[in-house]
Design a protein around this ligand. Structure first.
Ligand code: NAG
Length: 280
């Protein structure tokens, strides 16, 4: 190896090393933005907890905004009777015509399954829900939830397994988030009016405070600085990532066995016809 190449390699290793270290650390990556003492960073920046009581929930957001990225988070959801609680993990831009990519975990009675609710908003319009039950107890341990957003598609993963793809069909006139930078947000709040079994089961406040725990935050994205955005060293991997056969097999398995709602099959809701992306 020439000295030029070894110097470049060393620099790359240093850059990547720096990057990984800072991104796993909540203190340098996010700000707790509401809920007072209910949001707390611990373990030297490696863990973050959000809690909810009768007075307030809590939440945090990434310090930076990104135009495309891969966002990994390990989450251990509220255990026991979590009915009425919502733990949200999502990307969103600002303003009335905002774009948004959601993963929301709707709590349930002890022993009843959580619902993972996913949605994609473009220009302020959502209505693209898919919901799933999980094939494990998400309160017993940390599991990894990933949103990968690149110019070709949005992919949702659970423990590295693909569960949903939303493709860019802008050429067919279908909205796709591709111009507005987004921040990563997470929050724990109460939605007993609708969250659990359609709102029939309310929150049991004698069990409060409710707590969800986060670790291993991993953001690899194109951070917005002023009017432009610059991508980090590992961006090329996810920027061109597409679903391969094994991803699609996993997704088919999840959708066949654990999907409980798909807007693309809800003909009663869309009497004028299903949204156009459903037939592409
Ligand atoms: C809660 O449990 C019920 C019964 O198993 C299930 O139908 C529902 O999807 C679960 N999730 C929520 C958020 O209600």
């Amino acid at each position: 190896m020439s000295s030029f190449h070894s110097a470049t390699a060393l620099l790359l290793v240093l850059l990547l090393g720096c990057f990984v270290a800072s991104m796993a650390d909540f203190s340098s990556t996010v700000d707790i933005t509401w809920g007072d003492h209910r949001g707390a960073i611990s373990r030297n920046g490696q863990q973050l907890s959000l809690s909810l009581d009768k007075i307030s929930g809590s939440g945090f957001q990434s310090k930076q905004e990104f135009l495309f990225g891969k966002f990994d988070m390990k989450i251990k959801l509220v255990p026991g009777n979590s009915a009425g609680t919502v733990t949200a993990y999502y990307l969103s831009s600002q303003g009335p015509f905002h774009d948004e990519i959601d993963m929301e975990f709707l709590g349930n009675l002890s022993g009843q399954p959580y619902t993972l609710h996913t949605n994609v908003y473009t220009q302020g319009k959502g209505n693209r829900e898919q919901q799933f039950h999980l094939w494990f107890d998400p309160t017993a341990d940390f599991h990894t939830y990933t949103i990968l957003w690149n110019p070709q598609q949005i992919m949702f993963y659970v423990d590295g397994g693909l569960i949903r793809v939303f493709r860019n069909h802008q050429s067919a006139g279908i909205g796709y988030p591709s111009k507005q930078a987004m921040r990563l947000y997470s929050s724990l709040w109460d939605a007993e009016d609708w969250a659990t079994q359609g709102g029939r089961v309310k929150t049991d406040w004698t069990k409060a405070p409710f707590t969800a725990t986060f670790s291993n935050i991993g953001i690899s994205g194109c951070a917005k600085t002023g009017l432009s955005s610059s991508c980090d060293a590992s961006s090329s991997a996810w920027m061109n990532q597409a679903a391969v056969t094994s991803d699609l097999q996993k997704m088919n398995w999840v959708q066949k066995n654990y999907m409980i709602y798909n807007y693309c099959r809800d003909v009663q809701r869309f009497p004028q016809g299903l949204p156009p992306e459903c037939s592409l």
